[in-house]
Design a protein around this ligand. Structure first.
Ligand SMILES: [Mn+2]
Length: 242
């Protein structure tokens, strides 16, 4: 079976409960559509669990993009040069990431030993930008935010990173008539006219799966082969910072 979830945002507890709920087996594949890190309390714990599971396939979110850029130069700068020598561009990257909830990711990363840090950095480099697959007789495109500057005859490999991880899709519009577009990034509660703000959004050949796990929503997952949806509701309030 092929499962998708997205926008875990450091909520290790909800993530673990979802894995138990879907009963992920070795022969299944679980695609995680980005934004694993930032905001919630334990982003590094989620990453380390994913790393240990070969059947978890990570896709890049804008938060992993920011984290990878900043953690790489932070590690290098701290060991080789003075932080005071950071360039203005890098300070802006760091400032931007902090504003987007990067603090728990930095703190978790700092607690790792050098090998642990290296493993996390290498894992972030493995995140794919999109995935195209078939399941249950249907075709799917999986991507964190969606194709910006969209054209139906433009192949996915032609899009720049920024066109796939930052955009806000128009969920009232059909993008691909012959396949479903599975996305995170835009919380379902933020989709205009959506009458079910706590459930996976399925209309117009979209499957939007970010149910706003952090800070108030739930974590959703979907099995593409069967269409079955899974939800984990929050039992304790996450300590969320952004
Ligand atoms: Mn995002």
């Amino acid at each position: 079976m092929t499962y998708c979830m997205s926008d875990i945002h450091g909520d290790y507890e909800m993530y673990r409960r979802m894995l138990e709920k879907i009963r992920l087996r070795d022969e299944d594949a679980l695609y995680i559509l980005g934004d694993v890190v930032d905001r919630g309390p334990e982003p590094i714990a989620v990453l380390q669990d994913m790393m240990a599971r070969p059947n978890v396939r990570p896709l890049l979110g804008n938060h992993e993009y920011m984290a990878a850029r900043c953690l790489r130069f932070l590690t290098k700068q701290i060991t080789e040069e003075s932080v005071a020598e950071l360039s203005a561009d890098r300070l802006m990257d760091l400032f931007h990431w902090q504003n987007e909830g990067g603090a728990p990711t930095i703190e978790g990363f700092r607690r790792l030993d050098p090998e642990g840090r290296q493993a996390v950095l290498e894992y972030l480099m493995e995140f794919e930008l999109y995935e195209e697959l078939e399941a249950g007789g249907e075709k799917y495109v999986l991507v964190h935010a969606g194709p910006d500057h969209f054209s139906a005859d433009r192949p996915l490999w032609d899009y720049e990173i920024h066109e796939l991880i930052w955009t806000r899709l128009d969920y009232s519009k059909v993008y691909y008539h012959d396949r479903f577009l599975v996305t995170g990034h835009t919380p379902v509660a933020a989709i205009p006219g959506n009458e079910h703000p706590d459930a996976i959004f399925r209309a117009n050949r979209h499957i939007a799966i970010d149910c706003g796990c952090i800070p108030y929503g739930c974590l959703g997952a979907i099995c593409l082969d069967t269409g079955e949806e899974f939800y984990v509701k929050r039992t304790i309030q996450a300590h969320c910072r952004d």
